[in-house]
Design a binder for this molecule. Structure first.
Ligand code: HEC
Ligand code: HEC
Length: 307
């Protein structure tokens, strides 16, 4: 709007609008004056299908009045709100002003609430229904794009309801995950162990979850695993939460559990990336979110987000 302030365009738009409104009033009053006594039934000259004629009756009074009311409404609106060129309206309303006042209201309303939550330990928040409700709302706004509306995740995005954690399920650990983000670092192995190595160690890894596999491949794979993989995934393949190296024995797969997907994880590596939220959300909101996420595996159904 600012570019209108001193330009002829502002006047042009204001004048065009006003002239149109005056034109509409004139048109309406002209139509109103052309009233006939209701007994005459004049028809227009148009005839269709040989005998189908069109009445030329004046508009009903109520209809015309409605027309005047809408014109009056339009004028009043243009006086009150911005719309007539550069004129701002006597209410002095603006989108920016409304946004700022709503934000200030929300701050007044929510700041004390979040201050209270921030000063409460995670264990207590996990049993506080109000905190869980706020947590559910925050989750719906900031986390569902990746973790899903039911927090059950998707391929490449972990399920947060199943009590199987890459980095640990202690509430404080979950809070660290959300505050600072996480980056999974699984190297690519194709150049180091070759395609045969990938195939063998895939057979071994599938065997860890109790799947039936080619046993001679799995035996060769066990050696590969001990040499290259145990450092991160543990000698029994149960993972290492300090590194975010997943447990490979529970048949839960972050990056897909078919033989081909598992082989792909090993061949090309994986780098799941959880963004940090400390700056974007602030520590108080992350605190509430951590309590909500930590309580998820214990909740039978997701806490409903109410509108
Ligand atoms: C430097 C530590 C490290 C080493 C060494 C390592 N991994 Fe991993 N691995 C990880 C991490 C971390 C992840 C999780 C990646 C992510 O979060 O995206 C992972 C993920 C995986 C996955 C995917 C799991 C899933 O749930 O989808 C498989 C399979 C796997 N590794 C197998 C292996 C095999 C086999 C080896 C040895 C050839 C190996 N890893 C060596 C750290 C390692
Ligand atoms: C851009 C996608 C994305 C968004 C947005 C996102 N996450 Fe994540 N999150 C991930 C990925 C990917 C991982 C797994 C990282 C890895 O593989 O190491 C993850 C991991 C996590 C973990 C660790 C899980 C574990 O098993 O240890 C938690 C907790 C978590 N996210 C919570 C949240 C919360 C709460 C939000 C909302 C504030 C959120 N995430 C938003 C992608 C996302």
């Amino acid at each position: 709007m600012t570019e209108f302030v001193n330009s002829g365009w502002a006047w042009f738009i204001a004048l065009t609008t006003l002239v149109s409104l005056v034109g509409l009033i004139l048109l309406a009053s002209r139509v109103a004056r052309r009233r006939h006594p209701s007994s005459t039934t004049e028809t227009s000259d148009h005839v269709w299908d040989e005998d189908l004629a069109e009445y030329n009756n004046p508009l009903p009074r109520w209809w015309l009045n409605l027309f005047y009311v809408t014109i009056g409404w339009g004028l009043a609106y243009l006086l009150a709100y911005p719309g007539l060129g550069a004129y701002r309206g006597f209410l002095n309303w603006s989108q920016q002003g409304q946004f700022e006042s709503e934000m200030a209201d929300a701050k007044l309303h929510y700041d004390p609430l979040f201050e209270k939550f921030a000063a409460t330990d995670l264990q207590s928040l996990m049993t506080n229904p109000q905190a869980l409700k706020v947590g559910a709302r925050l989750f719906a706004s900031y986390c569902v794009a990746c973790h899903g509306s039911d927090a059950r995740g998707a391929r490449h995005f972990p399920n947060l309801r199943d009590d199987d954690w890459l980095y640990g399920g202690a509430p404080a650990t979950i809070e660290t995950s959300i505050l600072h983000g996480r980056q999974g670092a699984m190297p690519a192995w194709d150049k180091i162990i070759g395609e045969d190595g990938v195939r063998n160690v895939t057979a071994f890894v599938e065997g860890l979850s109790g799947r039936k596999t080619d046993s001679s491949a799995a035996t060769k794979g066990a050696t590969v695993f001990r040499t290259y993989c145990a450092a991160c995934h543990g000698s029994e393949g149960k993972g290492n939460q300090a590194l975010g190296a997943p447990n490979l024995t529970d048949d839960i797969w972050l990056h897909g559990g078919t033989t081909e997907r598992i082989a792909e994880s090993i061949r090309l590596g994986r780098n799941g990336m959880m963004p940090a939220h400390a700056e974007s959300l602030g520590v108080a909101k992350v605190h509430v979110l951590a309590a909500y996420v930590a309580s998820l595996p214990n909740l039978a159904a997701p806490t409903q987000v109410e509108d």
